[in-house]
Ligand binder design. Structure first.
Ligand SMILES: [Zn+2]
Length: 204
């Protein structure tokens, strides 16, 4: 009996996540990866629950793959930094890098957190520029941390997104100081907890 209940609960969570992803206009391959549902099941869900004229579209083609998108100067880059902070705050990404996470990230519990984080980003950003597929890509790219990663500014503690392959140079987006100076704290040890270095979570 309990087994049946657990299975029912899991299936229900899977379908709920799929519907959230559909409403965020995630691509079929993204929905499949995060929920485990088949393409056919996803298509049927879309047809059954999304009415024509609802404004929700089905996007085709490949998901984003260029991390340079997040490193642009201007509003898009600023939004990427805000979204990365929210991904940390909501626990989509751990405070400390975890090399095994990229493989484990697509899952129903993390998918729910990812939707929570993306919805919060949409609420706090005056003009959100990052679509859901790019948000998924950012989460996966930062989990892997082999193309871009998070670098905390040693001067103002702000979150910066940096490329992994470039030499360790560049300035902080927040304060303009060099990102790779030695921290001005004893023994070079960071003293500020992560929660104090990222923006406050929106209040529900
Ligand atoms: Zn700084």
């Amino acid at each position: 009996m309990r087994l049946t209940d657990d299975r029912y609960r899991r299936d229900r969570m899977r379908l709920e996540l799929a519907m959230r992803l559909i409403r965020h206009e995630a691509r079929t391959q993204t929905i499949r990866r995060w929920t485990g549902l088949s393409d056919d099941r996803i298509r049927k869900l879309f047809r059954s629950y999304i009415r024509p004229g609802s404004g929700v579209r089905r996007h085709r083609g490949k998901s984003p793959q260029q991390v340079g998108y997040f490193l642009r100067a201007g509003s898009t880059g600023a939004d990427a930094h805000a979204l990365a902070s929210v991904l940390l705050l909501f626990g989509v990404l751990p405070a400390k890098p975890d090399p095994s996470l990229a493989r484990r990230l697509p899952s129903i519990p993390r998918g729910r957190l990812l939707c929570d984080a993306y919805e919060a980003y949409r609420r706090v950003s005056p003009k959100p520029r990052i679509d859901f597929e790019h948000a998924v890509f950012l989460a996966l790219a930062l989990a892997a941390s082999d193309e871009i990663r998070i670098q905390w500014c040693p001067h103002c503690e702000a979150l910066n997104l940096v490329e992994c392959v470039v030499l360790q140079e560049g300035d902080c987006r927040a304060c303009g100081e060099p990102l790779y100076n030695k921290p001005a704290v004893p023994n070079g040890r960071r003293t500020t907890p992560v929660a104090a270095r990222i923006p406050s979570a929106p209040q529900h």
